[in-house]
Design a protein. Structure first.
Length: 267
């Protein structure tokens, strides 16, 4: 299982960045690039703007697939020839795009070429032998220094070594929270957003009602831990709804903690 590599391709079909984690995949990567380019060419001939995110490739290592996503004019592909869930690969590609967006701002062939070293370092840190490793943005910033104008000037002057990443990465016990955070005022803000959609008969009775809710939080609490540990309790006014209307596809932030079991189901 795992990802054989990552290939970032420009709009001309030429690879910009390419990594391989398994023996023999360097040559096989070219076969996946050709298969992806052929898929885009076929889609263009049929006046289609997108291609299948999972493309079958008959490579020299045997049957494999090319999981790919498109972002603006770029195509990012992951060759996979082992028994791996494609959703696992596509989820990683989306995480990679999010990280590149934070580092580079505008993700384009030009920005990737100008920051080739940073993109390659990110790929090395985010994937370990084909498996996602470090994907939290705060932790990555401690390992790979984000690009800046000052860093580019030092690189041109031949002094790029003066800008180094944090000497003690992984120092934060909470991966998604940076170390040493201090605020003048310890405060936390909540926004509750609710949406309701339903169908009502001509007699005024509700035939079908669906409610969506989101709780958005902006936390400005100093330190890694604090005495204030806010908790939310979700209650339903009518007890029968707990059993007749369980939560459908609930999604929670990774910092959420649970003290009670939820009755959940997939929609």
């Amino acid at each position: 299982m795992g990802i054989d590599g990552v290939i970032i391709i420009d709009n001309t079909g030429r690879p910009i960045v390419q990594t391989a984690f398994k023996s023999g995949t360097t040559a096989v990567a070219a076969q996946h690039v050709d298969a992806l380019n052929n898929a885009y060419e076929a889609a263009a001939n049929q006046n289609q703007s997108v291609v299948d995110p999972i493309i079958f490739v008959d490579s020299s290592l045997g049957p494999s697939v090319c999981c790919n996503v498109q972002h603006n004019s770029l195509r990012i592909a992951c060759p996979v020839h082992s028994e791996t869930d494609p959703l696992f690969v596509l989820a990683f590609l989306q995480t990679l795009l999010d990280v590149l967006q934070e580092y580079l701002g505008d993700i384009s062939a030009t920005s990737i070429r100008e920051n080739f070293d940073i993109v390659y370092q990110l790929l090395e840190e985010m994937l370990d032998s084909g498996y996602p490793s470090t994907t939290e943005l705060n932790t990555l910033r401690e390992i790979v220094t984000p690009p800046s104008l000052f860093k580019k000037i030092l690189a041109v002057a031949g002094s790029a070594g003066l800008t180094k990443a944090v000497s003690t990465p992984f120092s934060s016990p909470i991966p998604w929270r940076a170390t040493g955070l201090r605020y003048n005022n310890n405060e936390i803000f909540f926004d509750i957003v609710e949406e309701m959609q339903g169908t009502i008969s001509k007699e005024g009775k509700s035939l079908n009602v669906e409610v969506w809710g989101r709780i958005r939080t902006n936390t400005r609490l100093s330190g890694q831990t604090c005495s204030l540990k806010p908790s939310w309790r979700l209650t339903v006014s009518q007890e029968r709804l707990i059993y007749s209307l369980p939560l459908i596809n609930p999604r929670f932030c990774q910092i959420a903690r649970f003290t009670h079991a939820f009755d959940c189901r997939d929609g």
